[in-house]
Design a protein around this ligand. Structure first.
Ligand SMILES: [Zn+2]
Length: 492
């Protein structure tokens, strides 16, 4: 087995490095690439993607994976799980007919440009025929992968291994009831705009963000801070993790919360145990767990009074004009709850309603209980039920998100899972670290860093998401702790 294992690991690492090249090209495209190089760059990216695809679907590699999988009882647990993950991905790719993959890929790029145009023109009917096909292709995709499983379970599994529709329905139905109740009780606060009162300088803000994320624990010897339109984190290699933010001139709070959020993703990636680096487990395990690490750092810590007790004086050194702003102004500003149309701008209470809405609509569309023609009407009706508002423009309603146009159906729930996992982990963390507030108020993030490294980060992809949550908190995923956290924070 040793010879085969060595061979497998060699190909696995080569694939990982190729993926790193793709990630670097994408990162650069957002950061530095001159506008006119888009054509040659997309050829470069397509070539790397082709080489990666050929290598990962190669028959010899497949035989090797199958042989190792059949003998996996002879391997140590880490290699065994690595083979399991690789086999699962390999099986998925080879189950799909080449024609289907090509057609779906073509459809996605057409659908995406149709979506851009439809959104700009406020014309849903321009996008509707593409969406109809996307839903059909998603259904076919699920059938190719696993005929026996419910369609939505197969789609979900691509993003959150082991999660099921039934489990989500159970968790979301509790959450919905609790959130409606909570929203009716939260008092509306006046809009003070403490951190959006002037024009801010990009270079100065960047210096503050570097100091802040470093203090939290992000390692700049193995990472970097970039500038993009839409903030994201990307891993080029295990020792090169890039977090990226944007700098809207008048919206300092946006740059700061984005940096904290992306640092949460970055810390997870930077602190996976070295023993997983040369396996298929060398990264965060799923989108729902990844998002829990970013949301927890951003919302539970980054929007807390303790955090701003320490960082507001630092920020004032960079921006003396903020001198009169008080900690409570910033904290109030960063924690305002109000129903809004756009998911990405929603506060932490109303955010999950946006996800529940998309989840329920996706189920109806896939089950053919709702046609894409009737989707806008159903969207508005549900939004009114959940948030008490109705969008006046289609660009602020059903056309706001890019996801469906790129074929990401079954993806949205991972955003809500991020919040729920964060609530559950936060409850456990604070019960074991009662002094977190006084520590953070002194700029000491050691307890936070050590707890999450020990319970989440170091495990990489070894445990499946739900097993990891049980291991870290003693319980399977549930909405209880997130709701408790919100109640305590907003109702006192
Ligand atoms: Zn995120």
């Amino acid at each position: 087995m040793q010879k085969q294992l060595k061979e497998y690991k060699k190909t696995l690492m080569e694939l990982k490095r190729l993926e790193g090249i793709s990630a670097l090209l994408e990162w650069d495209q957002e950061n530095q690439m001159p506008a006119k190089s888009i054509k040659s760059r997309s050829e470069t990216s397509a070539l790397i993607a082709k080489i990666t695809h050929e290598k990962s679907t190669n028959k010899q590699f497949g035989d090797l994976i199958n042989e190792l999988y059949e003998n996996s009882d002879k391997l140590d647990p880490v290699e065994k799980r690595s083979i399991e993950v690789t086999k699962k991905n390999y099986d998925k790719v080879v189950k799909l007919p080449t024609e289907f993959v090509e057609e779906f890929s073509k459809l996605r790029s057409l659908a995406q440009s149709a979506w851009v145009e439809a959104k700009a023109k406020e014309n849903y009917l321009h996008f509707e025929p593409y969406l109809k096909k996307i839903i059909k292709f998603s259904r076919d995709y699920a059938r190719y992968i696993d005929k026996k499983k419910p369609i939505y379970d197969v789609l979900l599994d691509d993003y959150e291994e082991g999660m099921t529709t039934t489990k989500l329905q159970e968790v979301f139905s509790d959450l919905k009831i609790e959130l409606i109740e909570l929203l009716s009780k939260i008092p509306t606060k006046e809009n003070k705009k403490s951190l959006s009162s002037q024009v801010f300088d990009k270079d100065i803000t960047r210096k503050f963000l570097l100091e802040m994320t470093k203090q939290i624990g992000f390692d700049y010897e193995r990472g970097a801070l970039g500038e993009v339109h839409h903030p994201f984190e990307t891993s080029i290699t295990e020792d090169d993790i890039r977090i990226n933010v944007s700098y809207p001139e008048k919206y300092l709070a946006y740059s700061i919360t984005a940096a904290i959020h992306e640092a949460g993703h970055g810390l997870y990636e930077q602190n996976v145990d070295k023993k997983y680096h040369e396996t298929a487990l060398g990264h965060g395990v799923s989108l729902g767990i990844h998002e829990s690490q970013s949301r927890l750092l951003e919302n539970m810590i980054g929007r807390s009074e303790a955090f701003w007790k320490f960082f507001l004086p630092k920020l004032k050194k960079y921006y003396p004009s903020l001198d009169k702003i008080k900690v409570e102004d910033v904290v109030g500003d960063l924690n305002r709850v109000t129903s809004s149309f756009i998911r990405t701008e929603a506060d932490e209470v109303t955010y999950n309603m946006h996800i529940i809405l998309r989840f329920e609509l996706e189920l109806l569309l896939l089950d053919e209980e709702l046609s894409t023609k009737d989707l806008p009407e159903e969207w508005d009706k549900m939004m009114h039920e959940l948030l008490g508002i109705k969008p006046k423009k289609i660009s602020k309603g059903v056309l706001q998100d890019v996801h469906w146009s790129i074929g990401a159906v079954g993806y949205f729930p991972t955003y809500a899972l991020g919040n729920l996992n964060a609530g559950q982990l936060w409850n456990k963390f604070i019960s074991e670290n009662k002094k977190w507030e006084s520590e953070v108020a002194k700029g000491d993030f050691t307890s936070y860093f050590n707890w999450f490294k020990e319970n989440i980060w170091r495990h990489g992809g070894y445990y499946k998401p739900r097993d990891l949550m049980i291991k870290a908190t003693g319980e399977d995923l549930n909405a209880k702790y997130f709701v408790e956290y919100l109640n305590k924070k907003y109702l006192g």
